[in-house]
Design a protein around this ligand. Structure first.
Ligand SMILES: [Zn+2]
Length: 450
C-alpha cells in the first residue's frame, strides 16, 4: 500500500462525509489534482516506508491464460492478464506471495453450478461448428463468440478461482488473488457479457463448504448479475454490487429494488450509479455501505470482484475513478482481516487494467511501489512517462450523481441491512461434502525467477 501523507491535513473538516472523512492518504486521487504534479519526491519517501502487513498472500496465474483471443475487434483482451503479471513480477511483488500455477477446473467442477447440457456445448463447440439453435439457446453471439481454446480458457480461470478458494478454506493463506477470474455475468445455462463460466459462483460454493456466510462485493462498472442470480434465494451469501444503472446500460439489472427472495430476502444489495462518479463520492459511499455490511452480516470470508472498467477512460465504462480510489476500496476490504478472495473482471483499456491490478497486488501484499513502472517488454505501451498512476482525466465524463441522490441510495441500502437482524444461524452439518479433497496437494507451487 502506498501510504503517503500530505504536508498539511485536509482543511475545514466538515461534517459532510463526502468532503473528507473517507478519502485515503494517497495523493493520486483524481479529486486531488494538486497532488498529481511534482509527487516524485513523495514517492521516493513512500518507497522507503514498508508498511507492516502480516497477511499471507497466495497468487494464482494459470499457465497461458493471457494467450487466448476472443477476436480482433472484441474488447475483451486476455493479454491484459499477461501484462498485469509481467508488472507484478517486474515490481518484485512475487517475493511477498506464494505464486501458484493452478490446474484447470474439471468438467465435474464446472457442473457444480452450470447445467450439463450447457457444459457439453461449451466443451464441444468450435469456430467451425455450423450455427444451430443451441447457439441462440446458450447465447453464443457477438458478445460471447466461439473462439479457439474457449473451453480451456474457461477451465483455466475457473480452476484458479477454485484453487484460491480452497487455499483460503485450508487456512494457509489470508488473501488469494486470481486476476483472470471474476467473470460475473455467466449464468447457469447461458453465456453473457464476455463470460462463459462463472468462476465466482463456483468459488463461493467452495467457500460455503467451510464458511457459513460469505460476503460478495463487486466494483466492476457492470452489475454482478450472474452472482446475484445464483444466490438470490440464499441468506448465506450477501451480494453487494456497485455499478452503473440505467439508459439500457448492460446488463440492465441491479436496481435498488432487487433485494433477494425467499430466505435470501434482504441478502442482496444494489448500489445503482450514474455516469461520471468520482473518487470522493465513490469511496465514501463504498466505505459507508461495506462497513455495516460486514459488522451486520458477519461473514467468515469475503470475495471481492475488482472489475477495472469502473476506472476513468475505460473503453466501455463511464465512471471517473482513479487507480488510487479503486485500490482504496481494496485496501478498505482487506483492513477487516477476513479471509479474502480477490478476483479480476471487466476492464477494457488494457494498459490501465494492468496498472490497476498491479497496484492492487501491492496493496494486498502491503508493499509500497514506485510510480515509475518497472521496465518490461511492454514499455512502449505505457507511454514515455511509464507511470503507474497515470491521471485518467483526459476523457472525464460529467458527474451525473448529485450528492443528494447518492445519500438517498446510501440510506435505502442501509435500510435493507436493518432487516437482516444479525447474521443467520447456519447448521454446519448441512454443508455439502468436499467433492475433491486432493486439491491442495495437486497445486503446483511456482516461484518464478526474477
Ligand atoms: Zn464490467
Amino acid at each position: 500500500m502506498v501510504v503517503l501523507s500530505f504536508d498539511s491535513a485536509p482543511t475545514a473538516q466538515s461534517s459532510d462525509p463526502y468532503e473528507w472523512q473517507t478519502l485515503s492518504d494517497s495523493p493520486f486521487f483524481l479529486d486531488r489534482p494538486e497532488a498529481l504534479g511534482g509527487s516524485w519526491s513523495l514517492l521516493q519517501d513512500a518507497n522507503n516506508v514498508r508498511s507492516h502487513s502480516s497477511s499471507k498472500v497466495a497468487y494464482y496465474f494459470p499457465k497461458g491464460v493471457g494467450d487466448y483471443h476472443f477476436g480482433e475487434r472484441h474488447p475483451m483482451k486476455p493479454a491484459r492478464l499477461t501484462i498485469t503479471n509481467r508488472l507484478v513480477l517486474g515490481y518484485g511483488l512475487h517475493k511477498d506471495m506464494d505464486v501458484f500455477t493452478p490446474r484447470m477446473a474439471s468438467r465435474e467442477e464446472l457442473e457444480w453450478f452450470h447445467d450439463e447440457d450447457y457444459v457439453e456445448f461449451l466443451s464441444s463447440v468450435t469456430p467451425s461448428t455450423p450455427l444451430s439453435a443451441a447457439f441462440t439457446r446458450f447465447n453464443f453471439a457477438d458478445d460471447c463468440p466461439v473462439f479457439d481454446g474457449m473451453y480451456d480458457f474457461c477451465r483455466s480461470y475457473a480452476g484458479a478461482s477454485l484453487a484460491a478458494a480452497k487455499k483460503l478454506c485450508s487456512g494457509t493463506a489470508d488473501i488469494a488473488i486470481n486476476w483472470s477470474g471474476g467473470l460475473h455475468h455467466a449464468k447457469k445455462s447461458e453465456a453473457s457479457g464476455f463470460c462463459y463460466v462463472n468462476d465466482i459462483v463456483l468459488a463461493i460454493m467452495e467457500l460455503l463448504r467451510y464458511h457459513p456466510r460469505v460476503l460478495y462485493i463487486d466494483i466492476d462498472i457492470h452489475h454482478g448479475d450472474g452472482v446475484q442470480e445464483a444466490f438470490y434465494n440464499s441468506n448465506r451469501v450477501l451480494t453487494v454490487s456497485f455499478h452503473k444503472y440505467g439508459n439500457d446500460f448492460f446488463p440492465c439489472t441491479g436496481a435498488l429494488s432487487e433485494v433477494g427472495t425467499g430466505l435470501g430476502k434482504h441478502f442482496c444489495l444494489n448500489v445503482p450509479l450514474q455516469d461520471g462518479i468520482d473518487d470522493g463520492a465513490y469511496v465514501s459511499l463504498f466505505k459507508s455501505i461495506i462497513e455495516p455490511c460486514i459488522t451486520t452480516f458477519r461473514p467468515e470470508s469475503i470475495v471481492l470482484q475488482c472489475g477495472a472498467d469502473s476506472l476513468g477512460l475505460d473503453r466501455l465504462g463511464c465512471f471517473n475513478l482513479s487507480i488510487a480510489a479503486h485500490g482504496e476500496c481494496v485496501r478498505f476490504v482487506k483492513s477487516f482481516g477476513l479471509p479474502l478472495l480477490v478476483l479480476g473482471g471487466g476492464g477494457y483499456t488494457v494498459r490501465n487494467v494492468a496498472r490497476c491490478w498491479s497496484y492492487e497486488t501491492a496493496v494486498l501484499t502491503g508493499r509500497c511501489i514506485p510510480d515509475k513502472l518497472p521496465s518490461t517488454e511492454y514499455d512502449a505501451f505505457f507511454g514515455p512517462n511509464r507511470r503507474l498512476h497515470e491521471p485518467l482525466q483526459a476523457g472525464r465524463v460529467e458527474n451525473q450523481n448529485p450528492r443528494v441522490a447518492l445519500e438517498k441510495i446510501r440510506i435505502e441500502v442501509l435500510d435493507q441491512l436493518r432487516y437482516m437482524h444479525g447474521a443467520p444461524s447456519v447448521q454446519m452439518h448441512e454443508l455439502p461434502p468436499d467433492l475433491s479433497g486432493a486439491w491442495l496437494e495437486e497445486d503446483n507451487l511456482t516461484k518464478p525467477e526474477g
